[in-house]
Design a protein around this ligand. Structure first.
Ligand code: C2E
Ligand code: MG
Ligand code: MG
Ligand code: MG
Length: 287
């Protein structure tokens, strides 16, 4: 019942509700304040091409440094705040943090595409205009922004998502289908929606080395993506052997602990400097 309320103040806590509920209640009700107090930060995880391991972009992943609970991962609080207006505050905060960073990178001649996760609850009619305004404020071209929606979010109501995603796409923004393979995609919609990228869910990547079924699924997703002219990215690559298999299957990009964990900005900058990687967008090599 409480979960259906968009007004978080209507969620009522009673002492009998237990520790799990108390924690969830606190996270939901404290989120706004946490943003204002600077406790909500963005970690960056690089994505590299499989062909020659050039940086192809970074994904922004939110982290909450909670004074009582310590580091809280998004798996715990994103779902909880989705039912409240705070989901828009989360998106705006992460987007603005990333675009400010993009602007700094642009000032140094670095064109690093940034991917931001979006909840289906964010996809209201005014969403494309709000994103356009943020891009304008930070003077970042839409081409440097990717928005990631999980497959189940995207397919929840594709007729409703279509005009919103199209308006974003018209600004040059790229759309990625996150956790692909875990939801139920209508292939007809996959073709109709303005999608640029499929991100293969990490459960298949991790199962691939031991389960032939997972290997077959990964291969099918790569082939499907390519036949629809989409880029295909593997999530959760932890092993060298997976990288080799993915490369042989012509997967386009990868992201995972093998390469780098999500890191706060200063550590990401150090990683970048140490590798002296050039973004694919800067390189002038022939195809
Ligand atoms: P996601 O978008 O699929 O992000 C990838 C998740 O996989 C991240 O977890 C990342 O830390 C983790 N990961 C990356 N490489 C590896 C690997 O090699 N091995 C393993 N075991 N894990 C890996 P994280 O940061 O905990 O985020 C979990 C989910 O929370 C994200 O999944 C995304 O759905 C959601 N999320 C994160 N940030 C945001 C945000 O700003 N807004 C919204 N709406 N959702 C977010
Ligand atoms: Mg994602
Ligand atoms: Mg994912
Ligand atoms: Mg995920």
């Amino acid at each position: 019942l409480a979960g259906r309320n968009r007004n978080e103040s209507l969620e009522i806590y009673r002492p009998t509700m237990g520790e799990t509920y108390r924690r969830r209640f606190n996270l939901v009700t404290q989120f706004r304040q946490a943003v204002e107090s600077g406790h909500i930060s963005v970690y960056y995880q690089p994505q590299v091409t499989l062909r020659n391991q050039e940086l192809r972009g970074v994904e922004a992943l939110v982290r909450w440094q909670h004074p009582e609970f310590g580091m809280v991962n998004p798996a715990e609080f994103v779902k909880a705040i989705e039912a409240t207006g705070s989901i828009d505050i989360l998106f705006d905060h992460v987007l603005n943090t990333c675009l400010k960073q993009s602007n700094l990178w642009l000032g140094r001649g670095l064109r690093i595409p940034v991917a931001v996760n979006v909840s289906v609850r964010n996809l209201t009619a005014d969403f494309p205009d709000r994103v356009a305004a943020a891009l304008a404020t930070h003077q970042v071209p839409g081409e440097l922004l990717t928005l990631e929606l999980t497959e189940s979010n995207m397919m929840a109501d594709p007729e409703q998502s279509l005009p919103i995603l199209s308006a974003l796409h018209a600004q040059g923004i790229k759309i990625a289908v996150d956790d692909f393979g875990t939801g139920y995609s209508s292939l007809a919609y996959l073709r109709r929606l303005p999608v640029d990228e499929l991100k293969i869910d990490r459960s298949f990547i991790q199962g691939m080395s031991t389960a032939l079924g997972d290997l077959a699924i990964v291969r099918s997703i790569i082939d499907l993506g390519h036949s629809l002219n989409l880029q295909v990215i593997a999530e959760g690559v932890e092993e060298e052997s997976s990288r080799e298999v993915l490369r042989s299957m012509r997967c386009d990009g990868m992201q995972g602990f093998l390469f780098s964990r999500p890191q706060p900005i200063d550590r990401f900058e150090a990683w970048l400097a140490a590798r002296t990687v050039r973004s694919v967008h800067e390189s002038t090599e022939a195809p």
